[in-house]
Design a protein around this ligand. Structure first.
Ligand code: KG4
Ligand code: ZN
Length: 395
């Protein structure tokens, strides 16, 4: 009998639910296995980012081809890391949107094939929702052992965060799952959104960006000032030697407090950089970087990072004041940013717990986590014969 027909009857029979999650929406080929929506059993991520660096951004055809080569070894490695066989897996979750069409297709077709071949229920996952669900992971599996918490210089997480192990990898996971109502700030290369969850699968989109996503702004600003792709990590490290108060860049003012706009900030950085090197606004943007000094570059990176984080935190605080959630969580690649984490922790009236950075950028464990809640809550099972991709899927 097909799983998608009997899934609703069967889901509650599982006490310990292990879901395998597949993620291929952009340039990371990833597979993770999660038990009961809280235990991380494996997290294998293979990025094709090095192949895209010379182009200054992800080239969709190269990403799709890399997924085809990597997907099966990544899934096999994920099973091995979790010490699982297919018999142990209760379902397959896969990102079906939003993302690059060719990339999504590889993950979805692989998941559909495996669901049929291994006779497992299939769950269709929204990538953006999954980013927030990475925050529900609080432990690794029974096969792992707990070690003492060790802090690093730029560690902004509360002391309660423990270090967990999976094989040779160690993770600093949240001590507790977020409580509802939960305010989620999703900040990635494609999305900037504030979302209020009343419960699992019951949420309202409070606001989002009108133009560029904040990650996109990091990437574009990095390009202008001559830092390598991806811009987020390279701006962060350049900012370490810069003075964030050197330049006062503008914050966009919009009618709704929960809407964002980052394209003006990117243009303001270009004008500032042109001005700093003694040229007017018609000086070609591709020539700006080579004329900047190291200290100008570091100061621009730090000033931009400060204002981008402030913009996000202003809106999050306003949403917190209005909706009084019991928890605030962040997700998406930009949620790895230490300045954003620092500002949020400093300004939010409630303590905020941060998740391990490797669970903030694209990964399969977040997809598996949300997949567990689909399975445990009896959400509809996707048809493995027909599930199609939705590159423009929204919340
Ligand atoms: O969530 P993600 O891995 O992929 C998308 O779904 O888009 O996010 C990628 C974005 C890129 O724009 C990258 O520059 C940004 O996240 N990013 C960062 C940091 N690490 C990655 N932005 C700021 N600070 C970081 N440390
Ligand atoms: Zn993402």
């Amino acid at each position: 009998m097909q799983w998608y027909v009997v899934g609703h009857i069967c889901y509650h029979l599982y006490v310990f639910m292990k879901i395998l999650g597949i993620e291929t929406s952009c340039d990371e080929t990833a597979c993770g296995i999660v038990e009961d929506g809280s235990k991380l059993l494996s997290n294998v991520v293979l990025s094709s980012i090095d192949l895209h660096k010379t182009y200054g951004g992800v080239v969709p055809e190269i990403a799709a081809r890399s997924h085809i080569e990597a997907i099966i070894p990544v899934i096999e490695q994920s099973l091995e890391q979790a010490k699982c066989s297919w018999d142990d897996i209760d379902g397959i979750a896969v990102t079906y949107g939003a993302g690059l069409g060719g990339s999504l297709l590889v993950g979805v077709m692989t998941a559909r094939t495996l669901a049929i071949a291994k006779n497992k229920p299939l769950y269709a996952i929204n990538h953006v929702e999954a980013h927030i669900y990475a925050n529900f992971l609080t432990a690794t599996g029974a096969v792992s052992s707990r070690s003492n918490h060790s802090s690093t210089a730029n560690d902004t997480a509360p002391a309660a965060v423990q270090e967990w192990r999976i094989g040779d990898d160690s993770y600093k996971l949240r001590a507790q799952q977020p409580e509802f109502p939960m305010l989620g700030l999703i900040v990635s290369g494609g999305h900037t959104q504030l979302v209020l969850w009343r419960d699992h699968f019951d949420y309202t989109l409070l606001g989002q960006t009108r133009d560029d996503a904040v990650g996109e702004a990091f990437d574009k600003v990095a390009k202008i000032i001559g830092l390598p792709y991806p811009g987020g990590p390279s701006i962060s490290s350049a900012a370490e030697t810069g003075d964030a108060e050197t330049y006062q860049l503008p914050k966009a003012r919009l009618d709704s407090a929960y809407e964002f706009s980052f394209s003006g900030l990117k243009t303001a950085v270009l004008r500032l950089a042109q001005n700093e090197i003694g040229h007017s606004h018609d000086f070609p943007s591709y020539k700006v970087a080579e004329n900047l000094s190291e200290s100008q570059r570091a100061n621009i990176a730090a000033s931009f990072q400060r204002i981008a984080a402030e913009t996000l935190v202003d809106a999050t605080l306003q949403a917190y004041d209005e909706h009084q959630p019991k928890s605030v969580v962040i997700g998406g690649g930009v949620a790895a940013n230490q300045e954003l984490r620092r500002q949020l922790a400093e300004r939010l009236p409630l303590p905020i717990e941060y998740q391990d950075i490797r669970l903030m950028t694209d990964n399969g464990a977040m997809v598996a986590t949300l997949g567990c809640y689909h399975a445990m809550r009896g959400q509809p099972i996707a048809n493995p014969e027909t599930l199609s991709i939705e590159p423009n899927l929204s919340m």
